[in-house]
Design a protein around this ligand. Sequence first.
Ligand SMILES: *Cc1c(COP(=O)(O)O)cnc(C)c1O
Ligand SMILES: [Zn+2]
Length: 482
Amino acid sequence: MNIADRFPAERGRMEYVCLGCGARQPIEALHYTCPKCGAVLLLEDLDFARLQKQGAEHWRTLFDARCASRNTALRGIFRFYELMAPVLDEQDIVYLGEGNTPIIEASPEFARAAGCSFAFKNDGQNPSASFKDRGMACAFSYLKAQARKQGWDEVLAICASTGDTSAAAALYAAYVGAPLKSVVLLPHGKVTPAQLSQPLGSGATVLELPGVFDDCMKVVELLADKYRVALLNSKNSWRILGQESYAFEVAQWYGWNLSGKCVFVPIGNAGNVTAIMSGFIKLQRLGIITNLPRIFGVQSHHADPVYRYYSADASARRYEPVTVQSSVAQAAMIGNPVSFPRVERLAAEYIGIGGEGAFQVVQVTEQQIMDAMIRANRYGHIACTQGGECFAGLLRARQLGLMDTNEHAVLDATAHSLKFVGFQDMYFNNAFPAEYGITPDYSLMNTPELLLDVEQKKRLSEAEYTEAGAEAVARRLNLQKK
Ligand SMILES: *Cc1c(COP(=O)(O)O)cnc(C)c1O
Ligand SMILES: [Zn+2]
């Protein structure tokens, strides 16, 4: 069998590690927080050093070969099996087409208009149309393995969500089927119609509570403490592992050379930015890449606890949750990110290797986010509001002089634009509620134009109507006769 198709025989030894007290737990039980001190966990491969023996070239060649793998288990994020969850068996791996999302360079015209070269990585081209699928593919593979090995008869997979986590969880649960069942808890009226339709369509139990995401998060955490449920929020460290694949793919796409690259990531619960830093650090440790790319976290001024923390002097930093205000970057509208301790840990490690400036957070306004999203999409991208937030973050970083002219930015378009069309509609119709503080740029607005009226449709014969329609279009476009 081709090396790219062969499922690896070698396994790692993984453990949960507490970021608070350092306690370690075996992975056979579901842990979201440390049973000793309650802090968040990360997963660690105790045998990571074994990977160093084979040398960087071995891994680069193997991962490149697996791009053409015909083994379903190795086609998606598990192309990087050895770096992610090398404790899973082939039969447990769930693959729904996640990962391997395209990096689309901004056209020369757009790059000129923006004043710099950059690309979007379209994570909205994942199966449920957001990056959350990366983490779910890993978390559900782990759950499936545990259910099989331990003979569980029912597993209630539950999550609170700003929209995309629940869409992804419900999709993967629907595919895996029994004994897994999906329950999602949403802040009423705070997810887009597309995002609400996703768990409904996948057959999940959809429960709503008034309030914002942070309220729902507290409820599911209490549930996970008291009842037998599998928590699928980003406290779940298996999700963080799966999301590391984003970093591996960026590195692979640029030929394992990331010097001069800046990676922009929107921060909500801070799971994704943590995973991406962790992923790059692993590659650097193995020598698969030599330079870490610089990471820029981006937050809206309406939900910016991580920005506030890092904008203070290192000696005066104090973490404080914020009360969020309405944000178009709804998937990142989180005032008390559960992964904040992970960010702190990994940012320190990242800066330790990459130097000052290797990790930074910039803040953008709601206005800048919307203008940036609309502009990007007008140049052929499919950025959601969070993708717009990244582009706004790039412009802000350049304005602040944080980037060199020869640096190249990779922006995380975390979801598909179609999930957030409601915000585009508000922009095009100048209909934003006052609390967003957004006024459309008239040059970017676009609305459909009705050319004929219903009466004409009734009155005219079919042929006359076609002719009247063609004439109306020709008049509107000022077309010249042949
Ligand atoms: C979840 C989400 C985010 C925020 O990611 P975190 O891991 O919570 O920081 C950003 N954009 C989209 C589209 C999301 O679904
Ligand atoms: Zn602990």
